[in-house]
Ligand binder design. Structure first.
Ligand SMILES: [Zn+2]
Length: 230
């Protein structure tokens, strides 16, 4: 039983992970799952759907409309502005205000329950502890602890794969290229301001651009919009 479920946000990293999983487990054994958590940019879900179509894997969106009720994050709360400057953090936590506390823990727990019901033993997530934001729920120790908790709590042999954990953004771009993910990459979404074409000045856009520049590769998302302009 070697089936895998990829948690797909519609972004660059989870899309790379989708292709990693296809390469690892075989096309027919992979499916993707996204969460509608009240994110202010529904474009993420559109991207996840489109990426799954291009990768030709089954895709489902699960609704979890609780995070926005908790308040306080720029990614769910429409009254909270997204900081362009990553240094401007919430004083209490020293994390950028794009941090949604507990998000990955909840996503992976729901993903594990979804996997359990379908006899899937492998979860794949695109978290990386090299990420500039230093989100604590993206770290290796958090993920290995959660894996153990899920195994105990569900009495099920689930494994959480984090193929990007120790890669920087340019390594991730090189990996995506090797795995043939670039067609899908043109439809991924990264911009914190929810813009297509991307705004180019938010932290997410800058980090993405830096990764592609360092990997000496053109970003197919940017190229797609240049193509339409011509
Ligand atoms: Zn942006």
């Amino acid at each position: 039983m070697n089936k895998a479920l990829v948690v797909l946000s519609g972004g660059q990293d989870s899309t790379t992970c989708l292709y990693w999983a296809i390469n690892e487990f075989g096309h027919e054994n992979v499916r993707s799952l996204s969460f509608d958590y009240g994110q202010r940019h529904k474009i993420e879900l559109e991207s996840a759907k489109k990426v799954s179509e291009i990768a030709a894997v089954a895709h489902e969106i699960l609704p979890i409309n609780t995070f926005s009720a908790l308040g306080g994050s720029a990614l769910t709360d429409n009254t909270e502005p997204v900081n362009d400057d990553a240094e401007q953090t919430k004083q209490s936590t020293q994390l950028p205000n794009t941090f949604v506390p507990g998000r990955n823990l909840v996503f992976l727990t729901f993903a594990a329950a979804y996997a359990y019901q379908r006899n899937i033993e492998h979860l794949v997530t695109g978290v990386a502890q090299t990420d500039y934001s230093g989100y604590p729920d993206c770290r290796e120790n958090t993920l290995s602890s959660l894996e153990q908790t899920l195994r105990l709590g569900m009495d099920y042999n689930i494994t959480i794969h984090t193929p990007l954990m120790n890669l920087n953004k340019s390594d991730t771009v090189i990996m995506a290229e090797k795995l043939g993910a670039m067609d899908a990459m043109a439809y991924t979404h990264t911009c914190y301001n929810g813009l297509q074409p991307p705004c180019g000045h938010c932290q997410a856009c800058l980090l993405r651009a830096k990764g592609f520049a360092e990997a000496n590769t053109a970003d197919p998302l940017i190229e797609r919009f240049q193509f339409f302009k011509d």
